[in-house]
Design a protein around this ligand. Structure first.
Ligand code: ATP
Ligand code: MG
Length: 641
């Protein structure tokens, strides 16, 4: 312990040290970007373990899976232990629900609905409506569940109905339909035995709120709780934490400058009220260890334009003055052609590996042309996005099959047939199959029964027979990688034909084959197949861990939260794009500014901001973003790098 204390003293500031070693009561650490908040949590877990706490009784909640994994590894380096409860909110809730869910009628083997499943379910409910409307409806449901958990949990329809109405009006949906769509969505979800992402939190809250014995058990189990990015917790998460903490055994860290999930129901007030509510001690960290002076100054000046923010002073540890570079382009093609050269320059002359470089953008569509250009010029890239790896067709088909076999997922059966992996199931065939999906309870029963059903064509029956045989073969394996291998062997010719059919050219075909191998090696690190499927479901919109090669990372600013790179390129700093044209109120503009703050504070040394005057899909010329103008001139160089 003495050695560890010495280590801490040498590697932390006075304030950081205080935050790490304070255990007498609730603690709030508040500080700007890059000031070591996440590091404080990591070191504190190690400190608590050294002090004698059992590693499996420490709960640390992070915002992304990537952050959780990095934290686990670092704690292991420091202590030799890997605490199992360093998790995202959702993944912690899954684990709790698997164990205690049955108390409130949830089967321990419940399935998690991914975004695609949600989209499919809402499609079923809102037949004939436009995608835009269906998207808004899903947003409405999330909003309802996260902002009004009490009514939803009590099924208090006197309140739910008017809330649906109000939200529908805000989202420009038909007020009357919304409530019924919500009810039907819930019904279908139940039929397929899914919990969606919001349910994971909501059901955990139900458990703690209405089952005092379970609450006590879990509360007594966790000896210490730490929460990162507390400014972005929503009401449900805040209440869950409230139930889990005992007196004083909690540290939360956050930065109100970086609250960027308002649109998903995050409530910044929770963070601001924490101190009062729990009489918490507060530690403020003032030194930014991540970025050079110019970047720290640029970001501080920028955020001062938010009137609804309590301002704090931040200073840079690294006093180097590397100017922030701003580059103008005629249009997005010119932008896309220039950036690969800049990236090569960073690699050749500024000591950056490709993995030290990130390209960040407000919305994914801004990046497509650049993505294409980077790949064309042979620069390795990882596009982090909505589960991009698991959405690749060749991987998706395997996952759907595994879900069918091991989770008895009937929706997966429909999706599998829809992909046309096995020929012969058009729209009509699926429509006919649906009846069986509704009446029979297992995937295998459905396939067996329909295999000889009169209403199916010969081709369809052959497909169903092949499917049945495939399922029966793969079922025998319980290790992930073996099951995948068995799937590939069960359909050898079909699978190669499928790969050819979905590939544009030879190169893409090779790439797809590589992905399948990569998926196999990913599966090897997850022996248990249900564990694998659970992790994949939870990875949605999080940073995937596969493909950790030396490559430039491309992602939205939301996905970049908490991360850092030596060089960051912020793409598309234009009015109507960043801030998005949807930000119409002053409050929303402030959230956009916080998002811009997050974007530029990811950079350690080099920061490049680009803007173009013309982009596809825009009739008018674009103006440079107000946020760029808010960066002080003395920090900036036009056309540097
Ligand atoms: P964000 O708000 O972006 O999440 P943060 O406050 O969580 O940032 P960290 O990611 O913990 O900040 O730290 C930022 C960087 O500064 C990391 O590279 C970290 O290792 C480094 N750092 C933090 N504190 C110190 C310190 N006392 N000495 C040296 N490096 C430090
Ligand atoms: Mg952090």
């Amino acid at each position: 312990m003495q050695k560890f204390i010495r280590f801490l003293k040498q590697n932390t500031t006075k304030e950081q040290y205080e935050a790490i070693t304070y255990t007498k009561g609730p603690l709030l650490v508040t500080a700007g970007a890059g000031s070591g908040k996440t590091r404080v949590i990591t070191f504190k877990i190690a400190y608590l373990i050294k002090k004698g706490l059992s590693p499996d009784r420490i709960l640390a909640v992070t915002f992304t899976n990537k952050a959780a994994n990095e934290m686990k590894e670092r704690v292991k380096e420091l202590t030799g232990f890997t605490p199992p409860w360093i998790r995202t909110f959702h993944s912690a809730c899954v684990r709790i629900l698997r164990k205690y869910g049955p108390v409130i009628g949830i089967k321990p083997e419940f399935k998690i609905a991914t975004e695609t499943d949600q989209k499919n379910m809402i499609k079923e409910v809102m037949k004939g409506q436009k995608e835009r409307e269906r998207k808004r409806m899903l947003l409405l449901i999330t909003n309802l569940k996260n902002n009004h958990p009490a009514y939803v949990l009590r099924q208090d329809h006197r309140f739910i109905q008017p809330i649906c109405r109000k939200l529908a009006l805000q989202l420009r949906l038909k007020a009357n339909g919304a409530y019924y769509y919500y009810l039907n969505y819930e019904k279908i979800k139940k039929k397929y035995e899914y919990l969606d992402f919001d349910d994971l939190l909501l059901k955990s809250l139900e458990l703690f709120q209405f089952q005092p014995e379970v609450r006590k058990k879990v509360q007594n189990y966790f000896e210490y709780i730490l929460v990162d990015e507390y400014q972005d917790t929503n009401n449900v998460q805040e209440q869950i934490i409230g139930h889990l903490m005992r007196k004083g055994n909690i540290t939360v860290v956050g930065d109100d400058y970086q609250s960027i999930y308002g649109f998903r129901g995050a409530v910044i007030q929770n963070f601001l009220d924490f101190k009062k509510k729990y009489q918490a001690k507060t530690v403020v960290l003032g030194c930014n260890f991540r970025s050079v002076k110019t970047i720290v100054e640029a970001s501080s000046k920028l955020i001062k334009n938010n009137l609804g923010q309590v301002h704090k002073d931040l200073y840079a540890y690294d006093k180097t003055e590397i100017p922030v570079c701003i580059k103008s382009f005629e249009d997005e093609y010119q932008e896309a052609q220039c950036i690969p050269g800049i990236i090569r320059g960073l690699a050749e002359h500024r000591g950056c590996d490709y993995k030290d470089i990130a390209v960040l953008y407000r919305s994914a569509y801004i990046s497509y042309i650049l993505q294409h250009e980077l790949i064309k010029q042979g620069i390795p890239v990882i596009v982090v996005g909505n589960n991009f790896f698991f959405k690749k067709k060749e991987i998706k088909i395997i996952i759907l099959f595994l879900r069918m076999v091991f989770q008895n997922d009937k929706l997966a059966l429909m999706q599998f047939l829809e992909e046309n992996f096995l020929k012969g199931f058009g729209k009509k065939g699926l429509e006919r199959l649906k009846k069986y999906v509704e009446t029979l309870s297992t995937v295998l029963d459905i396939v067996k029964e329909t295999e000889c059903g009169k209403e199916f064509t010969r081709q369809q029956k052959m497909t169903l027979r092949a499917l049945k045989e495939g399922i029966e073969t793969v079922k025998k394996y319980n290790k992930s990688a073996d099951a995948i291998q068995a799937f590939l062997e069960a359909f050898p010719n079909v699978f190669s034909r499928y790969l050819i059919a979905i590939s544009d050219d030879k190169e893409q075909l090779q790439e797809r084959k590589r992905s399948v191998n990569e998926f196999l090696s990913f599966a090897k690190s997850h022996q248990d197949i249900n564990g694998l499927l659970e992790e994949i479901a939870l990875l949605t919109d999080k940073v995937a861990n596969v493909n950790e090669k030396d490559a430039v990372h491309l992602m939205t600013v939301h996905q970049a939260k908490g991360l850092e790179w030596k060089a960051v390129i912020v793409l598309g700093a234009e009015e109507e794009i960043f801030p998005t044209r949807h930000a119409l109120t002053p409050a929303k503009i402030e959230e956009e500014r916080r998002l811009f703050y997050v974007a530029i504070t990811r950079a350690k040394k080099y920061l490049l901001i680009t803007h173009a005057f013309w982009r596809n899909n825009w009739d008018n010329a674009l103006k440079i973003s107000r946020f760029v103008k808010e960066i002080p001139r003395e920090c900036v160089i036009e056309d540097g790098l």
